[in-house]
Design a protein around this ligand. Structure first.
Ligand code: FES
Length: 63
């Protein structure tokens, strides 16, 4: 599913950026080689990244 229509960035790309160490939306854009434009996706991007980080934390805790 696309999160950022301006840059054609998908949910997976924001999740991967979060797992690779991006801790905020601008960092995720940078990791994807893109620049934020309209800003309409920021809330969904942040939510997607938070979910990915939470899933990562839970996976580590379960180990
Ligand atoms: S939809 Fe992401 S910057 Fe416009």
């Amino acid at each position: 599913m696309y999160v950022c229509l301006c840059n054609a960035l998908k949910c997976r790309q924001f999740k991967d950026a979060a797992k690779a160490g991006a801790r905020d939306v601008p960092s995720a854009f940078k990791a994807c080689g893109a620049k934020p434009r309209c800003g309409q996706c920021f809330e969904e991007a942040a939510r997607t990244m938070a979910n990915a980080m939470q899933a990562d934390t839970m996976a580590v805790a379960a180990e």
